[in-house]
Design a protein around this ligand. Structure first.
Ligand SMILES: [Zn+2]
Ligand SMILES: [Zn+2]
Length: 647
């Protein structure tokens, strides 16, 4: 049952039920949906009878094996993983007179676009992999604008020809807009989509269509991995380096890594796609575990943009401003040529910090170790980590001075204000997740940009990936140093990936692109990598730093996050875990230490980190560790295998 149990329950049926059969069964006072699992029944138990056998295709054996695998790997309850694949409301019968959704019209025999020789070679290799129908992973590494989607769509076409289903995973649903357009162009029909913004009716019908094999292609967010495909013949993970593929709460799984597992269990090929592949995937390709295909040039003769660092010490902005005069001039020139400019700052809202100029008091969230972010559009101070928000106070809560608050630093709203001041008549569009709420709004925004209704785009990471805007020739990165603080293991790698993706938005059409990186530390290796464009050399440096200390991907990490409503309890639990920490060759436990978010959503948090050599089976070690630790009842321990975030 899709609830926090780790094993199946025994029920009685009138006739034998095959594994995978969907049923309703009594659970306490309720009747709930469940799946007949292929574990031996416990005959000692006096079992209650099955309430109903559902008229629904059985859960495929591969999906059941996958659920078992993910539960064992992530140290989650099997029932919690099953809940990712099965929800009560998905099993309702479709309304008799409701709208009927059409799926599976994708036609692989339509003529595809003309491919460059490099694209054709890569597409050929992927088609062969699909024809073979054996498991294997291919890393498709192509520069931004090289037409990677056109290549992997040929692999999708091949899967369809073979009568199989294909799954394309995307890190963000906002991205799906342009992917869907490319898809329709290629196959003459839209694929099924799967993400959190679907209406219940569409979600239900999509689920059934996938289970019945009527939906032969699904484009979806990470949760699409748990759909009941009866004949999965290909998985594509687009933007494979994205940390958004990691689920950070509940069952903490990395959708890229689990996609590889699901492909292996299905005996199907898996394609990982990126212009800035992760060190993990590059290393797997180098060691021969993955195949590798490269697209080294942009499609259609477009050239990669020129990237320049803008030293903010030499060209500082005016007081109270954030754009260097050099960048402002470049925007003026771009607009004068009738082209578009984009300013990138990965920070929502108006200002990340609000400070009393009288006493220095900073406005912090009462529930989290975080500053409140001013959002002028809502006239409120908002915590980006919990739902807390409050109006800007008239008086300082510390010194009671009136109207003494000043905003410190910029968010995209503040950059938009500066742009409107500097470029009076220009048409400006802000793209951030609090302004553009779903795929529909993203599609509208994209259409306005493509239709040249907009001259200056100001955006957060939402604008970084995937988009193809042919008239956009200038990209200005407002704060290229932003991602480097914090000492995260992958801070450098992630900053290079994100800024390289942003830079890749420039000059994708006829006119060449220019990228200006505002930085106070232009000598930093990350800026160096962006200037040279030599990402392979940067990853080699990263590898050289991580290898000796056995940091991923040259070792394993498991994070234990201890939390409690009372600080004393969190500390006690962390101490107990520290006392019982495992020891042995190739194992090390770091911490406990207060988490960077020592208080989050009202809970006090402490972190421990198990570090192990690559070959060590960490799951068993952590299981034993937890089993022999006496934890206070009010404490919670979350286990994050292969953590991506260290907050
Ligand atoms: Zn004050
Ligand atoms: Zn908060």
């Amino acid at each position: 049952m899709p609830y926090p149990f780790n094993s199946a329950f025994t029920y009685e049926a009138e006739s034998p039920l095959a594994p995978g059969t969907l049923v309703r069964v009594p659970l306490g006072p309720r009747v709930v949906a469940g799946v007949v699992w292929d574990t031996p029944a416990d005959m000692e138990i006096r079992a209650r009878p099955v309430a109903a056998v559902l008229d629904f295709p059985p859960m495929p054996a591969v999906l059941m094996a996958f659920i078992d695998w993910v539960a064992a790997y992530t140290l989650s309850h099997k029932g919690d993983v099953l809940a990712l694949a099965l929800k009560e409301n998905l099993l309702k019968a479709p309304p008799k007179h409701g709208k009927v959704y059409e799926f599976g019209g994708a036609d692989p025999e339509l003529a595809g676009p003309e491919l460059s020789p490099a694209q054709a070679t890569a597409a050929h290799a992927l088609r062969e992999a699909v024809q073979g129908q054996v498991f294997g992973v291919t890393l498709l590494d192509g520069v931004t604008g090289s037409g990677k989607a056109e290549v992997y769509l040929e692999a999708v076409a091949e899967a369809l020809r073979a009568g199989k289903q294909a799954l394309v995973l995307l890190p963000e649903i906002a991205l799906s807009v342009q992917v869907l357009q490319r898809f329709e162009k290629r196959f003459g029909a839209a694929p099924a989509v799967w993400h959190s913004e679907l209406t219940p009716a569409v979600r239900r019908e999509t689920f059934r269509a996938v289970a019945e094999g009527r939906a032969n292609v699904v484009v979806g967010a990470r949760s699409a991995l748990f759909l009941p495909f009866p004949a999965l013949g290909l998985i594509v993970v687009d933007e494979e380096h994205e940390s958004a593929f990691k689920q950070e709460d509940g069952v903490m799984y990395h959708a890229r890594d689990m996609a590889v597992v699901r492909a292996r269990l299905s005996g199907a090929p898996c394609v990982l796609v990126s212009a800035t592949p992760s060190l993990e995937s590059v290393e797997n390709a180098a060691s021969g575990r993955y195949k590798r295909l490269d697209l080294p040039a942009r499609h259609g003769g477009a050239v990669l943009p020129e990237v320049r660092a803008l030293d903010m010490r030499a060209h500082p902005p005016e007081r109270g401003r954030f754009l260097s005069p050099v960048l402002v001039e470049a925007v003026h020139e771009t607009l004068a040529r009738g082209e578009q400019a984009m300013l990138f700052l990965n920070r929502r809202g108006y200002a990340p910090l609000t400070l009393c100029r009288h006493c220095g008091h900073r406005m912090a969230c009462p529930n989290c170790t975080a500053w409140l972010v001013e959002h002028k559009s809502h006239s409120r101070l908002i915590c980006h980590h919990c739902a807390y928000s409050a109006p800007m106070p008239m008086f300082c809560p510390a010194c009671e001075a009136e109207g003494s608050f000043v905003p410190i630093g910029p968010g995209v709203e503040r950059i938009a204000e500066e742009v409107r001041f500097e470029f009076g008549g220009a048409r400006v569009l802000v793209m951030a997740s609090d302004v553009i709420a779903g795929p529909k709004q993203a599609a509208e925004a994209a259409a306005r940009i493509a239709g040249r209704e907009v001259e200056i785009i100001i955006g957060t990471q939402m604008v970084a990936k995937g988009w193809h805007f042919p008239h956009l020739t200038l990209v200005g990165v407002v704060d290229a140093d932003l991602g480097l603080a914090g000492g995260d293991l992958r801070a450098g790698e992630r900053t290079v990936q994100m800024l390289h993706q942003v830079a890749g938005r420039a000059g994708r059409g006829q006119a060449p692109g220019l990228v200006l990186l505002q930085s106070f530390a232009p000598e930093h290796p990350v800026i160096g990598a962006l200037l040279s464009g030599d990402l392979a050399a940067f990853l080699a440096q990263e590898a050289a730093q991580r290898r000796p200390g056995h940091w991923p991907p040259y070792g394993r990490l498991v994070a234990l996050i201890v939390s409690a409503a009372e600080e004393r309890v969190a500390d006690q639990a962390a101490r107990e875990l520290s006392k019982t920490a495992p020891a042995g060759p190739g194992i090390e436990v770091l911490g406990p230490a207060p988490a960077p978010f020592a208080l989050l959503r009202g809970r006090f948090r402490r972190r421990l980190l198990l570090k192990a050599a690559r070959g060590v089976a960490v799951q068993g070690i952590v299981k034993d560790w937890l089993a022999r630790t006496g934890l206070p009842k009010q404490a919670r321990v979350e286990v994050d295998v292969d953590p991506v975030s260290f907050l």
